[in-house]
Design a protein around this ligand. Structure first.
Ligand code: SIN
Length: 194
């Protein structure tokens, strides 16, 4: 994990009756999981940074005017806060099927280790990652340009600005440090309240 542009192997769907599935969300999954879960806890993944470098043509934009949503990029000195969800074994297959559909705009399943504030670690959580070889990958742009695009765009799931502002708010609420994610919080400040 963590190599720029690497295409990690897809994570197999867990179907064992004994195994809980953990899902780590760092974007819309932080504030709108929209799937059944048994528990959730804030946590972070190490070596990754959140970036609005992925186009959204199906949720926060349209093919003629794509919005910008987050993916993670390798960043050895960074950590990225998000939310880990435990899904009961009997719901794992349907939750994964629903997320595969929701995240079909360039994301793929990878396995990550999630650190929890209590000091423990969840090994092999499922995370949806949009690597730079996917067709909707936009890559970096000046923050002013990203802000203008986000202000302008909307898609079937709503305004692109709502995605940014709700993500920033949710991360503040779970205790993430703004200093550790200047890209997100600076963007949210440029966009302002919706
Ligand atoms: C995620 O939330 O973890 C994936 C990206 C998104 O749906 O915004």
């Amino acid at each position: 994990m963590g190599r720029l542009g690497a295409r990690p192997d897809p994570v197999p769907i867990m179907t064992s009756a004994d195994l809980d599935l953990w899902i780590f969300g760092y974007g819309s999954l932080v504030w709108r999981p929209a799937f059944p879960f048994a528990e959730r806890c804030p946590g972070w993944v190490e070596g990754w940074a959140r970036r609005f470098w992925q186009a959204s043509t199906d949720h926060r934009g349209v093919p003629e005017d794509p919005g910008r949503v987050v993916t993670l990029v390798p960043a050895p000195e960074s950590r990225c806060w998000g939310m880990a969800y435990r899904v009961a074994p009997d719901q794992a297959s349907s939750v994964i099927a629903g997320l595969d559909h929701r995240e079909q705009g360039g994301y793929r399943r990878v396995a990550v280790d999630v650190r929890l504030p209590q000091g423990s670690m969840l090994s092999g959580a499922v995370m949806y990652l949009a690597t730079e070889d996917n067709p909707n990958y936009l890559g970096p742009a000046p923050l002013a340009e990203i802000a203008a695009q986000v202000r302008r765009c909307r898609g079937p799931s709503g305004p692109n600005a709502e995605y940014v502002l709700r993500l920033a708010q949710a991360l503040r609420e779970l205790g993430a440090s703004e200093d550790e994610d200047e890209h997100l919080f600076e963007l949210a400040a440029r966009i302002g309240p919706s």
